[in-house]
Each structure stands twice: as structure tokens, then as C-alpha cells.
Design a protein around this ligand. Structure first.
Ligand code: SF4
Ligand code: SF4
Length: 430
């Protein structure tokens, strides 16, 4: 085991391979507050990559309704329970140790899936990551318990209780998921054939189909259950990050070779998704670049948080947490940054509001944004989760987005422009 630095945990952790980082890292932000669970993303992925025989149950992109939903069923609850059993009552965060960029959420003082596996010896010997292989039944229902609401206080007579923010009494939310193209992937670590690799140019994690022998160790070792076995080829497969699009090889949409967002991101109806590439130094630190929208949201403002950072894989998918769900639930899912993230999202300032407009505004990956200031258009009193009332000043700013080639590819205003068509020219345009 080597010692590697995991900035999400605010500390070094054990990992079987030496620390090594790509030049750029595939990353994304999903805004759970906006997801409507329409599954357009799911079908965009399915119709691109997993429509063949043997792939019927493969949903590289899925959208589950939390807290009951999950694909495979109970994937997260099962692993959290295993970690708790290995390290009882000690899976805790020390947020008092939060310190700038190196420890933005404090220090996780519990055990990751790699550390919790230290004493585990399976039938084939030492197991590098704590994990489990889902049963066939658990893979059977991709959208089990869809839109099923619950709540810690949901009992007879309490239905119809308050739906006032900061927390609704009856709640659920949609959690869209793809492979996180983790910095320290559990799938890669678990593969006895070394068939899984992380690309140095963009950090995308791929399974070499020539080397894979279908042992399913990656299925067991991925805490997010995003590596899946295909019976027809007897190999495992996973999200490929739509790498031809990331490489700028989609000639129809990008003649000049600029990188494009993946299919699931491009198709998102709710405009919850923003995907991109962030630059990484040789020591794993993110190159300071607040003009990159992802850097701004994740590192500068900390409004988007990693999913189950305590697993230890340093996932590169980040989520703006839902405002209405109980904080305890969100804390175990996104770590101690939840309150800060929700507070900011509830009443975004001028800059944050402008960057939020860039979600799913077009298909090119944005490497830089700029804001052109516009006039003040409104003042709105907003009650924050803490109960404080803040006056939000709204400005009709224009936000511009630039692709890798430095070309402007999006220009969008805060106030949506409306146009009135003349009734003489369009008597009945429907
Ligand atoms: S989410 Fe799972 S499959 Fe994807 S890189 Fe991380 S460990 Fe591997
Ligand atoms: S397309 Fe967007 S809004 Fe629809 S389910 Fe997927 S992530 Fe949610």
C-alpha cells in the first residue's frame, strides 16, 4: 500500500498504487435542485453505448429517487453498513480542521474502502477494497421506488405536513449518476489483470476489453457500482466518458476539434449538468483557475460537493445538494460542506448566479467564462436555511462561455429575453 493525498478527505490515505495524476481531469457538476427525473440522460447514454445484446441491464447513466431508490438496489446503504461494521461509530468527519484548499471540508477520521479492507482476506487472497458483488435481483429494477417520498418524521397523521424550506417534512430527490472517473478508482485497484487504466490526458477511466477476463472484481470494488458485467462477451464494461467527444473528434458537432460534453450532459432537459475538464498539477492539486466554471463552483465557492467522499476514491462528480432534504441525510451523502453549499445556492450572489446560467447552455466544454455587467432589475428578500433574511439583488448580467480554442460559444443573460411575434405575420403558427 502507498500513501496518497486525498484532498476531499483532507488527509493522506492508503491506496495500492503510487500517486499519479492526469494533466486534465474529466469532472462534472449536477444540480440536484433542478433534476426532474425525466431520464432523457439515461436514454441518451443507452442509445449511444449500451443497446446491444448482453447490455440490457447496463445503465451507465441512471437517475434514482433518493432515499429508497438505487441501482443496483441499496448499493450505497449496503456499503455504508459494511464500513460501519468495520469501523463502528468512528466514520466521522472533523470539520473543525477545515483549512483552505488542502482540507476544504475538514478531515475524515474514519476508514475509506481501502483502509477498511486492510484485514480482509478473500478466497483469492488479500482484498484491496471493501465492496460486494450485487445479486442478479439487485440489478433487476433500474428505477425502483421512483418518486417515492419519505421523511424521518413521516408517520400517520403527519402527511400534509409543512413543505416550507429549509427542510420539507415529506421529501425525495432525484440523484443522477454516472461513473465518477475517480482519482483513486476502486475498480482499477481491484482488477487482478490490471485491465483498468486512467488516461493521462483527461483522467477518464477505461477497461481494456482485450485484457479483461470478466472476474467481476471491478464490479465488487467500485463503491458506486458503475462497472458492470456483460455475459455475452464475458468482460466488464463501464462508462467511457464519451471519449471521442472529449477528444473533439465529433466532426458533425465540432469541425474545429473542440472538446464536447458527453451525450448524457448534452441531452439534459432540466439543465442540471455542467461537465468539463480541470487542469491538475503533478502533485494532484487543481491548478488555480477561477475563470473555469467547474473550478469556480467546486473549489472556489464549494457549492458543489463530491458524492460519498468518505469512500475514498476521490470521485470527480460533484453535486449541488437539494435544499429541501434533511441535513443529516445529506451530510452522510455529501460530507460536511452541505450547509455552506445550500446557504450559497439559496441566495446566489451576482457571480454565482451568472455561472449557474451556463448549465447545459450548449454542447462545447467551457474552459473559461466572463461576465459583462448589466443593470439592476430586482431586489428579492430570501429566507436562508439559517432563518436569516437576505435581500438578493438581481442584475441583468450577460455571461459568456469560451471553448478550448478560446472561441465564444455561449452568451446568455440572467433575464430570459422574450420576443413578441406580430399577429399579422403569424396568424396561427402552431
Ligand atoms: S465510479 Fe466506479 S467505475 Fe467509475 S472510476 Fe470510480 S470506482 Fe471506477
Ligand atoms: S436529463 Fe437531466 S433533468 Fe432529466 S433525469 Fe437526466 S439529469 Fe435529470
Amino acid at each position: 500500500m502507498s500513501k496518497v493525498y486525498n484532498w476531499q478527505l483532507g488527509r493522506e490515505m492508503l491506496y495500492p498504487y503510487e500517486e499519479k495524476h492526469p494533466q486534465w481531469q474529466f469532472a462534472f457538476v449536477f444540480n440536484t435542485n433542478r433534476c426532474i427525473g425525466c431520464q432523457t440522460c439515461t436514454m441518451a447514454c443507452k442509445s449511444t453505448w449500451t443497446f446491444s445484446r448482453g447490455q440490457e441491464y447496463m445503465w451507465w447513466n441512471n437517475v434514482e429517487s433518493k432515499p429508497y431508490g438505487g441501482y443496483p438496489q441499496n448499493w450505497d446503504a449496503k456499503l455504508l453498513a459494511m464500513l460501519e461494521a468495520e469501523n463502528p461509530r468512528a466514520q466521522i468527519w472533523n470539520s473543525a480542521k477545515a483549512d483552505g484548499d488542502g482540507k476544504p471540508y475538514g478531515v475524515f477520521e474514519g476508514k475509506t474502502i481501502f483502509e477498511a479492507a486492510e484485514k480482509r482476506v478473500g478466497p483469492e487472497g488479500f482484498q484491496g477494497a471493501l465492496g460486494y458483488l450485487p445479486t442478479d435481483a439487485e440489478w433487476r429494477h433500474p428505477n425502483i421506488h421512483e418518486d417515492t417520498a419519505t421523511g424521518g418524521t413521516w408517520r400517520e397523521g403527519q402527511f400534509g405536513g409543512s413543505t416550507q424550506l429549509p427542510e420539507h417534512r415529506v421529501w425525495f430527490f432525484h440523484l443522477a449518476r454516472i461513473c465518477n472517473h475517480c482519482t483513486y478508482p476502486g475498480c482499477l485497484e481491484s482488477c487482478p489483470r490490471q485491465a483498468i487504466y486512467k488516461r493521462p490526458e483527461d483522467g477518464i477511466v477505461l477497461i481494456d476489453q482485450e485484457r479483461c477476463r470478466g472476474y467481476r472484481k471491478c464490479v465488487e470494488g467500485c463503491p458506486y457500482k458503475k462497472a458492470m458485467y456483460r455475459g455475452t462477451t464475458r468482460t466488464s464494461e463501464k462508462c467511457v466518458g464519451c471519449f471521442p467527444r472529449i477528444e473533439g473528434k465529433d466532426d458533425t458537432l465540432s469541425h474545429e476539434g473542440a472538446p464536447l460534453e458527453t451525450r448524457c450532459m448534452s441531452a439534459c432537459v432540466g439543465k442540471i449538468r455542467l461537465q468539463g475538464l480541470v487542469q491538475i498539477g503533478t502533485d494532484g492539486t487543481w491548478t488555480h483557475d477561477p475563470a473555469n466554471p467547474l473550478y469556480f463552483l467546486i473549489r472556489e465557492r464549494k457549492v458543489a460537493l463530491p458524492l460519498y467522499p468518505q469512500f475514498g476514491t476521490e470521485p470527480n462528480g460533484y453535486y449541488i445538494p437539494p435544499r429541501w432534504a434533511p441535513r443529516g441525510y445529506l451530510l452522510q451523502m455529501f460530507g460536511p460542506g452541505v450547509e455552506h453549499a445550500i446557504e450559497q445556492y439559496s441566495c446566489p450572489d451576482r457571480q454565482l448566479l451568472a455561472v449557474l446560467q451556463l448549465f447545459r447552455a450548449q454542447r462545447h466544454i467551457l474552459f473559461r467564462y466572463e461576465i459583462k455587467e448589466g443593470p439592476k432589475i430586482a431586489e428579492i428578500p430570501v429566507t436562508l436555511p439559517s432563518g436569516k433574511v437576505k435581500v438578493q439583488e438581481l442584475f441583468n448580467d450577460t455571461v459568456l462561455g469560451f471553448n478550448k480554442l478560446g472561441k465564444e460559444v455561449v452568451r446568455i443573460t440572467i433575464e430570459e429575453p422574450t420576443f413578441e411575434r406580430s399577429k399579422e405575420q403569424h396568424v396561427n403558427s402552431i
